[in-house]
Design a protein around this ligand. Sequence first.
Ligand code: PRP
Ligand code: URA
Length: 211
Amino acid sequence: MGQVTVMDHPLIQHKLTIIRQTTTGTKDFREVVSEIAMLMAYEVTRDMPLEDIEIETPLVKSVQKTLSGKKVAIIPILRAGLGMVDGFLAMLPAAKVGHVGLYRDEETFEPHEYFVKLPADIKERQLFVVDPMLATGGSAIAAIEALEKRGAKPSNIKFVCLVAAPEGVKVLKEAYPDVEIVVAALDERLNENGYILPGLGDAGDRLFGTK
Ligand code: PRP
Ligand code: URA
């Protein structure tokens, strides 16, 4: 069964409390989402493989560590996932960035795909799919399906989000047991409109100042 990790680092919890509040405006919301994403990127890359290389310091030759293994791609789910890209790129500046555009029907909560653009060698890469919210799980599953259809292996995917509902975690784990799910907070439940409680509202609208 897919693993779920809740990153309850004090800095992450503190910053999450800031973005949950109605009084936090677009500018601060955007900045703090980016900061949380950076902290999460640091943690989700903890298992990246290393290899030895020989280098020369100004004094001696020496064997030191360097990243090895798969190259990385960051895949934001549009729109709100875009808010997490800069934070990830701060830690992984050479990563490629693919995009999956989805919006959720407000009545049925069904995701609709409108855009997919991915690095050509997606099969070879470690993928970080980023989206601040995992609510019903429909968007996460549709995004991973879009990647899988284009050759990505679920076992190479980590789904990284800020706030998740237990309902979304359950369906995502059932649909993709090999995808590791990493969240900053596991909230209480969904309301009748498919919003996470206590949540933070509509992440896309809060990031981009739309309604
Ligand atoms: C939000 C959010 C997720 C999705 C989560 O996007 O960013 O992608 O809802 O809900 P789900 O788990 O029930 O599918 P939304 O569809 O509002 O689009 P946006 O990012 O363009 O605002
Ligand atoms: N999408 C959001 O942006 N917020 C929620 O609470 C649920 C889905």
